[in-house]
Design a protein around this ligand. Sequence first.
Ligand code: DX5
Ligand code: ZN
Length: 216
Amino acid sequence: SRPAAIGPSVLAADMSRLMEESLDVERQGADYIHLDVMDGHFVPNLTFGAPVIKGLRKHTKALLDAHLMVSHPAQWVDDMAAAGVDRFTFHVEATDKVAELIAAVKAKGMGVGVALKPATPVEEVFPYCDDLDLVLIMTVEPGFGGQSFMADQMSKVKELRRRYPGLDIEVDGGLADKTIEEAARAGANLIVCGSYIFKGNKAERINLLKQAVEKY
Ligand code: DX5
Ligand code: ZN
């Protein structure tokens, strides 16, 4: 299917050292950096927004993959583009103007993804798949790192992979040595991983995840 890529989620890093932590995972083999943007409204947690990403952008050429867990994603398209975000992924649950938002993100020159919360049926994204760079299947309830992988989400990944062999499918939440095989076998190729990478030997763990995905 599609090439494997591993995107450490800096939510699990020491965020007072965002730049150092990002450069470190890059050196240890990360393919991209996953940035969890939370507004305290769409999810019950707050992180950072475009100003912080703009600061980070000055220090790295890495692909910056922003995951917008916000209630008004359309409001942040211009700022995220100006901050240097490469890929803008928003939640399908957050807007009733999905097609318009996809077009707006592309018009700013960013890659575009649509994310689904665990309770959202995969069918909701089918009408847009031909226009998307990626679909993000959440494997935890969005809002916090360090939660358990929801294996029941793999039926969504399998169905997407069956219908769209050329689509990038990202999974996010609870990915680790014990869960990567199942996600890879289902057809996920973009792997977001926070606590597992940051709470151990980063190079070894990034490599383990990558190898597992490359088998499929
Ligand atoms: C959860 C975030 C994830 C989170 C994953 O809302 O979208 O990116 O950081 O963390 P782990 O890998 O620890 O489950
Ligand atoms: Zn995320």
